[in-house]
Design a protein around this ligand. Structure first.
Ligand SMILES: N[C@@H](CCC(=O)N[C@@H](CS)C(=O)NCC(=O)O)C(=O)O
Length: 206
């Protein structure tokens, strides 16, 4: 059975939601940072990790989401089949990985982005990172204006990919999502989804 290694609320939430949308049997394995269990399948110690029955392991959220969309075309989560639609899917996946997710790293781990151990230095890194997150969310918000989902091909893995990051922004930005009403609308649309609610409850251990 396909196995997903996850941590509550991390970017692994995206493939966790997608596996639930697909509706085929899978196993979700909760891991803790740096545990032997996660290091055995990913030397970086990061989630998400997907493992297939034959032992094949895939890391990187964007790659896992693309793989799941391609493995289950019947679920219609790939964002469309034309060359341009595929390119758009890839573009937003890359933007979420390299721009949005990366902008959050110094928000969550400011100490890794300064050699100055003082609280003031960490606070300065945090503030600079928040400014970067805000820039990325302005782009997401502009894109979502007048749209139901990220891609023209309908609900896709990209919507799921954005969800954990939208939740981080909601928790970390001083005004939450107030300045990003179209992102807020996407959040609410996804949060109302039965599969998303199932996964959030499972990840919370309920
Ligand atoms: N580039 C990787 C980044 C994965 C990543 O940073 N995962 C975080 C959670 S969102 C993690 O597990 N970090 C290591 C840790 O918390 O121990 C990907 O897109 O999959």
């Amino acid at each position: 059975m396909t196995k997903l290694f996850f941590k509550q609320g991390a970017c692994s939430l995206a493939p966790h939601i997608v596996l639930e949308w697909i509706g085929k049997p899978y196993e979700a394995v909760r891991v803790t940072s740096g545990s032997p269990e996660i290091l055995a399948v990913n030397p970086t110690g990061a989630v998400p990790v997907l493992q297939e029955d034959d032992g094949w392991v895939l890391t990187q959220a964007g790659a896992i989401l693309e793989y799941l969309a391609n493995k289950h075309p019947e679920a219609g989560l790939g964002g469309g089949d034309s060359i341009r639609a595929r390119a758009e899917t890839h573009k937003w996946s890359a933007f979420l990985t390299s721009d949005v997710h990366a902008a959050f790293w110094p928000v969550f781990m400011p100490d890794r982005y300064t050699t100055d151990p003082s609280d003031a230095a960490k606070a300065a890194v945090f503030d600079a990172a928040i400014a970067q997150v805000r820039k990325k969310f302005a782009i997401l918000n502009d894109h979502m204006a007048g749209r139901e989902w990220f891609l023209d091909g309908g609900r896709s893995v990209i919507d799921a990919y954005s969800f954990p990051m939208i939740r981080w922004a909601r928790g970390k930005l001083p005004n939450g999502l107030t300045d990003y009403p179209h992102v807020q609308a996407l959040h609410d649309r996804l949060a109302a989804d039965q599969s998303v609610q199932t996964i959030l409850a499972r990840e919370a251990g309920k």
